[in-house]
Design a protein around this ligand. Structure first.
Ligand code: TTP
Ligand code: MG
Length: 362
């Protein structure tokens, strides 16, 4: 039998907002909203836990956040500071293992089955990492510890902020059984709606379905749902995952037809794509905008640039034109997405610099 793995998922608490509160003591203990301008069409990137009590959350219109909590403090994001904190936490992860798979600036999977410090207990490692993060960055993180990625990821979200949740071998199935399906990582609002309409409210409900039935209703994802209902997930932690594209999308709370509002949302998504690219030293040549209309019809529009890019500005140079090539506005929209593909790794991207590009072949 294959060895039981020890997987940790770490996710920083209210990441951007926590960095802002750390760097400006006046913001501590207060509702802080990081994102766009509430007076124009800005979108909330994230908010402090104090602000969450008012119902504010990521991807909400900043204007709505203001209405929910007029005394909240609205600040613009400072990506340089977030990137620095991200670099620091990654360095801490690598003190324990090089099997680190970052998912974004503020979260990563670690496989600590074998680790550089020879520590047996993954829970102890998670504790140490949380303490080190606190010491080095002044920020708190939540951790999930389990024997696969799915369980570790869900566990890290169970007791936020500053939580540590362990799902030991043998307890995964029971842990999943009691979980409402909206807590399942990878189950978005659309799938959640579909599952609820089929009477699937918890992991236990999901487990009653055969893999054939799940395939019929959910296509390719069916087998994955079948497995996770049993606490099974064999995906490895992939440190240098070769990504083909980096994309972010959001299903909107309600269908919209205002182009300005769509562009604000696309800018927020582009910012996150750019952040991921820069965090990984990747650049890409193809920019794609994805639009799902209210009737669920999906269209994408792409452009391929001569030079690879990684900045929000360069992405947003193209996005308005790409959006114009869809029927967005004429038709109501329920989902928006942006991705950058055709990725060149750092070295390869550097080779695209103008000087080298014109060198003749030897
Ligand atoms: P999350 O980890 O999803 O959120 P969070 O760290 O702010 O809060 P918590 O994990 O405690 O629930 O995202 C990490 C950062 O990514 C977040 O601080 C800001 C950014 N982000 C956006 O810019 N837009 C978004 O829609 C989301 C979800 C996150
Ligand atoms: Mg987080």
């Amino acid at each position: 039998m294959a060895q039981i793995r020890k997987i940790i998922h770490i996710d920083m608490d209210a990441f951007y907002a926590a960095v802002e509160q750390r760097d400006n003591p006046e913001l501590r203990g207060k509702p802080v909203v990081v994102g766009g301008d509430p007076n124009s069409r800005g979108v909330v990137s994230t908010c402090s836990y104090e602000a969450r009590k008012f119902g504010i959350h990521s991807a909400m219109a900043a204007r709505q956040a203001f209405l929910l909590c007029p005394h909240a403090i609205f600040v613009r994001p400072r990506f340089v500071a977030y990137k620095e904190a991200s670099r620091q936490i990654r360095a801490i992860f690598h003190e324990y293992t090089d099997l680190v798979e970052p998912l974004s600036l503020d979260e990563a999977f670690l496989d600590v089955t074998e680790n550089k410090k020879g520590i047996q207990s993954a829970t102890r490692i998670a504790c140490e990492i949380k303490n080190r993060i606190r010491q080095v960055t002044g920020l708190t993180a939540s951790a999930g510890v389990s024997y696969n990625k799915f369980l570790a990821k869900v566990a890290s979200d169970m007791d936020k902020p500053n939580g540590l949740t362990v799902v030991p071998p043998g307890q995964g199935e029971e842990f999943v059984a009691n979980l409402p399906i909206r807590k399942f990582h990878g189950v978005g609002t659309v799938t959640e709606g579909k599952m609820l309409s089929l009477g699937i409210k918890t992991g236990a409900d999901l487990k009653k379905w055969t893999v054939e039935e799940l395939n019929r209703h959910f296509g390719k994802a069916g087998a994955h749902y079948f497995n996770i209902a049993r606490g099974i997930d064999d995906r490895p932690v992939e440190p240098s995952r070769v990504r083909k594209s980096v994309g972010k999308e959001v299903t909107l709370g309600r269908d919209i037809s205002d182009i300005g509002q769509m562009l604000e949302i696309l800018e927020n998504l582009s910012g996150r794509v750019a952040e991921y690219l820069q965090g990984h030293g990747d650049k890409g040549c193809t920019i794609t905008v994805k639009v799902k209309y209210h009737d669920f019809r999906l269209v994408t529009r792409s452009i391929t640039l001569p030079e690879p890019i990684d900045s929000v500005g360069k992405i947003m140079d193209e996005v308005p034109e790409l959006l114009k090539k869809t029927d967005a506005g004429k038709r109501k929209v329920r989902l928006l997405g942006v991705s950058v593909s055709n990725l060149k790794e750092k070295e390869q991207a550097d080779r695209h610099s103008p000087i080298q590009r014109y060198l003749p072949f030897p």
